[in-house]
Design a protein around this ligand. Structure first.
Ligand SMILES: NC(=O)C1=CN([C@@H]2O[C@H](COP(=O)(O)OP(=O)(O)OC[C@H]3O[C@@H](n4cnc5c(N)ncnc54)[C@H](OP(=O)(O)O)[C@@H]3O)[C@@H](O)[C@H]2O)C=CC1
Ligand SMILES: O=C(O)[C@@H]1CCC=N1
Length: 316
């Protein structure tokens, strides 16, 4: 791989972007980075499990689609590999790869698979893992020549509004590793924002960045349902609810609102909406009575704990 990797614009000589797994997350990332011209369609490679999914990708104009990752590895030895399969199947996928032709650069978007596990399983076949002298002395997160970076994106990457987190371990013995790290960062930034964090914080960050869009959709749906119950039309209710959530999020992030995210408390914003003796405070009272904040906190803790459990399971 060459320094071209940092200026990926789809022209010749640029390493292809290979997605192992072509489901929801891969689709969102591909859509997002194509939109920003980070990569062109003909430089995207997708590997899926079933012929049905392969056909779906081909129908959308993607020509480099595989149902056999070994064939793909042979054809694209110097590509950027993005692991987008479920954590439960990744070992099955990588254990079939020949040991001496493993990718040099892997971005993993999988929840619940720590760098150490990735490193151990990507760099050594299962048999070698059990038998090899080096298994016991391998570097913690980077084995052999493979640089592995964990990236936790979210579905909003599809429209360039993703919120990703990233973690990695530097290893000075790997040539050009800074280039790989910059590439990963550029990739994440092209589909939204990215926070670089230590791996020990990865699972709670995954819950907020990766999972919370699902809960936010539920929240928007519930807002709309409440208004529909009171007689508002469904379409108006959906649009209003979504725009209200978007506007509130923008006020938190945009200091033009007068709010400083670094130093101020969310209560300041909340209090601006609650007119004394008014309607909003009645809603606040009802939410508190029904454990709203606690329910949200418990959801974050549950998702993060699930990733902890998955990490234990995938390490075996
Ligand atoms: N969905 C999200 O919002 C987010 C997901 N992630 C992570 O992304 C990863 C994928 O999740 P998601 O996209 O939701 O899952 P999906 O179920 O939508 O996609 C999984 C994909 O993996 C493919 N696959 C399964 N087995 C193999 C195999 N042996 N070789 C090649 N491809 C295979 C499937 O192929 P086929 O279609 O043929 O079955 C499918 O395309 C997970 O690890 C998850 O933690 C991270 C952040 C957010
Ligand atoms: O549900 C999951 O496990 C993945 C990870 C974050 C969002 N979706």
């Amino acid at each position: 791989m060459t320094v071209n990797v940092v200026s990926n614009n789809g022209s010749s000589g640029i390493p292809p972007l290979v997605f192992i797994g072509g489901g929801n997350m891969a689709s969102a990332l591909i859509k997002g980075c194509e939109k920003k011209n980070f990569v062109s369609k003909n430089n995207i490679v997708v590997s899926v499990q079933t012929e049905k999914s392969a056909e779906k990708w081909r129908k959308q104009g993607y020509e480099n689609v595989f149902t056999n990752t070994l064939e793909m590895l042979e054809k694209y030895p110097t590509a950027v590999y993005i692991l987008c399969v479920k954590p439960q199947v990744f070992e099955e996928v990588v254990s079939s790869w020949p040991v001496n032709s493993r990718p040099k650069f892997i971005l993993s978007v999988m929840a619940g698979v720590p760098l150490k596990t990735l490193s151990g399983k990507v760099s050594f076949s299962r048999q070698q893992n059990l038998n090899s002298f080096y298994f016991f002395f391998q570097l913690p997160f980077v084995s052999g020549n493979t640089t592995i970076i964990r990236l936790m994106p979210n579905v909003a990457s599809s429209i360039g509004a993703g919120a990703s987190t990233m973690c990695y371990e530097r290893n000075s013995t790997i040539e050009n590793q800074e280039i790989y790290i910059k590439y990963a960062r550029d990739f994440a930034e092209c589909v939204g924002t990215v926070e670089i964090i230590p791996e020990r914080c990865f699972n709670p960050a995954m819950a907020i960045g990766g999972s919370s869009p699902a809960w936010t959709f539920m929240y928007i749906e519930s807002l709309a349902d409440g208004a529909v119950a009171q007689g508002l039309g469904r379409s108006e209710a959906k649009r209003l609810a979504a725009q209200a959530v978007l506007g509130a999020a923008q006020m938190v992030l945009d200091s033009e609102s007068g709010f400083d995210i670094e130093t101020q408390h969310f209560g300041l914003l909340k209090d601006k909406v609650c007119s004394p003796g008014g309607t909003t405070i009645e809603g606040v009272r009802t939410l508190e009575k029904n454990g709203f904040r606690s329910a949200v906190m418990e959801a974050v803790i549950a998702a993060s704990s699930k990733a902890d459990d998955m990490a234990k399971a995938t390490a075996k």
